[in-house]
Design a protein. Structure first.
Length: 252
């Protein structure tokens, strides 16, 4: 199944959503649709919303400089499907290259929208952050009694026998640990943060004195979204930058 899913990632994929989708920018409602699609462009892991043109309360004008602005605002502009960039204008509000009209016949009349170009998105009345949620993506957190040891070189960062192991579709397995089992004597809080649409906003810690390799090496969802409350306050470390031993099986 995983190999089949990876093969599909090279194709343009789309899925209708029954949810009411709304987006605001500049203090005004720009998008209100009950006929939206979730669209995955080839080789992109996260979807974007596409809505009927008539559900956008803005003028759609061809972009005059597609390539020059590509990637300036977000990855949205680096399109992997054929189409044309559009600028959205509503009164004095302008959202450059915030829309994209695909040439694919199945999505004719629908406009792809740059999630980051808008100030607020809602599914029904719930605000969503980061990017649209993938309906085929799962985040399963499971309490465990496996013994876990986390190290950076010879420095022990954590030891625990009560981890919560997170299995997330198409992503690496992550191990979250209680704060009491983490060596905060070698960590310092960072100003860095990230947003996950499934888990919420993550805070980060860096390894003291380790330089760039130790920056933002651990994270925690201190006030997670309702679907991920099991992770509240737990600490996870990057397997790619630490050595995580789970009962003799090492991830590094």
């Amino acid at each position: 199944m995983s190999s089949e899913m990876r093969a599909l990632a090279h194709q343009l994929r789309y899925e209708p959503t029954p949810r009411r989708i709304r987006a605001d920018a500049g203090g005004r409602a720009i998008v209100d649709s009950r006929d939206a699609f979730l669209v995955f462009e080839p080789r992109k892991l996260t979807p974007v919303f596409a809505v009927p043109e008539e559900d956008i309360a803005a003028d759609l004008q061809p972009s005059s400089n597609d390539k020059a602005r590509a990637g300036q605002r977000s990855q949205f502009a680096a399109h992997t499907a054929q189409g044309h960039a559009l600028t959205l204008r509503s009164g004095d509000l302008e959202l450059p290259e915030a829309g994209f009209r695909l040439t694919d016949a199945d999505l004719a009349g629908h406009i792809l929208l740059d999630f980051d170009a808008f100030d607020r998105w809602r599914e029904e009345d719930q605000v969503i952050e980061g990017h649209p949620r993938d309906p085929f993506h799962r985040v399963d957190a499971r309490a465990s009694s496996r013994r876990v040891r986390v190290a950076y070189g010879t420095t022990v960062l954590a030891e625990s026998a009560r981890p919560v192991i997170v299995y997330e579709t198409m992503l690496s397995v992550r191990t979250y640990l209680p704060r009491e089992d983490v060596n905060f004597g070698v960590l310092e809080r960072s100003s860095h943060s990230t947003i996950c649409p499934y888990k919420g906003t993550a805070s980060y810690w860096s390894l003291t004195g380790a330089g760039s390799k130790g920056e933002n090496i651990a994270w925690s969802y201190e006030d997670p979204l309702p679907d991920s409350t099991q992770l509240t306050g737990l600490i996870a470390f990057y397997d790619e930058r630490t050595t995580i031993d789970v009962e003799g099986k090492t991830h590094a």
